[in-house]
Design a protein around this ligand. Sequence first.
Ligand code: NAD
Length: 402
Amino acid sequence: MAASLSNMQAAMTRTTVSATQTAAGVTSSPSKVRLSAVVPATSNSRLHTSLLPNFVALRTDVRTVSRRGARESRNAGKVFASVNGTGSSPGLPIDLRGKRAFIAGVADDRGFGWAIAKALSAAGAEILLGTWVPALNIFETNLQRGKFDESRMLPNGGMLEIAKVYPLDAVFDTPEDIPDDVKNNKRYAGSSKWTVQEVAEAVKADYGSIDILVHSLANGPEVTKPLLETSRGGYLAAISASSYSYVSLLKYFLPIMNHGGVSLSLTYLASERIIPGYGGGMSSAKAALESDTRVLAFEAGRKHGIRVNTISAGPLGSRAAKAIGFIDDMINYSCANAPLQQELKSDNVGNTAAFLASPLASAITGTVIYVDNGLHAMGLAVDSPCVAKAASAPSEMSNVPA
Ligand code: NAD
């Protein structure tokens, strides 16, 4: 443990740049919106022209990709055969030994990113983290002091080992994008090379390649405001930090992702259903993220054989969610109204991520996977005072709060 932490500490890179952000997940973000990160500077005609060669390349690659796809299918089959054929080991194994994962958006042990890191690690993957620069110091300190030791425990008795933590701010693609007020902000002092492009380059220099890319971050400075009261700046900041950040991550990491790799993000039901209180453009950002998941699945799938999926998670009392202000109510609501009346654990999402990252999911891409105890499927709040109990739930009525 001590060795792994000191390695990690030594591995952390530092510089002198800064920002106007404050920590808290979906909380705060730059006061100045980076329009260049949201809207491509190209005109429509330039955009079409620049895309053409890519689509030609996509078409010509098909036969090579088909052969690779067949090989991967056979490998997935071997996973079953090695278990069921011998009968020596019951169940389906998720074996990610030899795989390397980069997980963006881990700054404590309470959120989905941490649980995903644990599940991938338990399956044998090597873990690299990207931690938001303003949250890096406290995360590093807590790790060193052993504050997360209990939650680093894995089901097999091992511990989550983090090979390296990279400072990251996914709102900025390249050093040229960083405005002076961010450069001079003391919360960025001491860290360096934290734009998406630089982090991808650093991972390439350190490890050569990755197999799994996870985006577990969101930020909406006006999340507590209704959409009608959200400013243009707040709306675009939410999209930049919570949606385009994923496009950017995949864009810069794709060249170092091994063929057959996997990319995942986290989304929320507010993208497709009205969730009053999840404001500031965050619902729009999640809708964009889900739409981008489909388009990126096509582009990254054709070009590099990469699968792209997003997990729509139920409510969890993470640091980011606490910033929204009503997460406890949402958890209670889910327990009262979802088909499965149990509180969502971050491990539920972690285990799904491990499955999606494994060959067992080798034909799943471009999809929103719900891990929410089934809440998304409900069309009626069964605990509403407007609903008669007898009509609301045919069984297990004793579990439904009065
Ligand atoms: P979390 O606080 O553990 O994770 C959010 C992370 O985003 C934090 O580590 C924060 O430091 C990081 N971050 C914010 N801005 C960043 C930036 N510019 N660059 C890099 N990192 C940045 O909270 P969480 O709830 O586990 O959130 C993870 C993902 O899950 C988010 O996409 C969130 O929208 C999604 N989600 C959460 C819930 C929930 O109820 N908690 C439900 C559905 C989906």
